[in-house]
Design a protein around this ligand. Sequence first.
Ligand code: HEC
Length: 122
Amino acid sequence: MKNLMIIAAVAALASQLAMAPVGAAETEKVFKFYCAQCHGLTGKGDGPNVTKDFPVSPRNFTNAKEMNKLSDADLKNVIMDGGPSVSKSPMMPPWGKTLNAEEVDGLIKHLRVLCKCKGKQG
Ligand code: HEC
């Protein structure tokens, strides 16, 4: 009986670890690798990939006014499914097949740090 309880405790701990959110340092790497070339290292929408003939500028994540129009769920949708899924430009690629849910959640938190805003609630 005692052994069973230990096994249960270890299993519970392991599942908690598996669900642990991606840390801030890890998220920054993900952001630098996948997002910064367009959105810029500091999120101002001025990444090296962006040229004058981009039909639309990548979102400036430091613009709290614009970022507050989007809820966390909105951010998740556009990150997972790309610009066209929310009637925005296909220049914003879908990441749902590249990034896992924890990475996307980490990115959403990172964007909220960049905009210093909480976003639309609900
Ligand atoms: C190839 C360039 C490119 C890359 C790489 C890119 N984006 Fe974008 N992103 C854009 C563009 C362009 C827009 C603006 C789309 C529009 O306004 O129509 C955009 C818009 C957004 C928006 C705002 C959507 C809205 O409703 O206003 C979010 C959030 C976003 N990107 C997150 C990310 C994240 C997170 C990553 C990295 C995983 C990323 N993007 C990588 C180009 C890019």
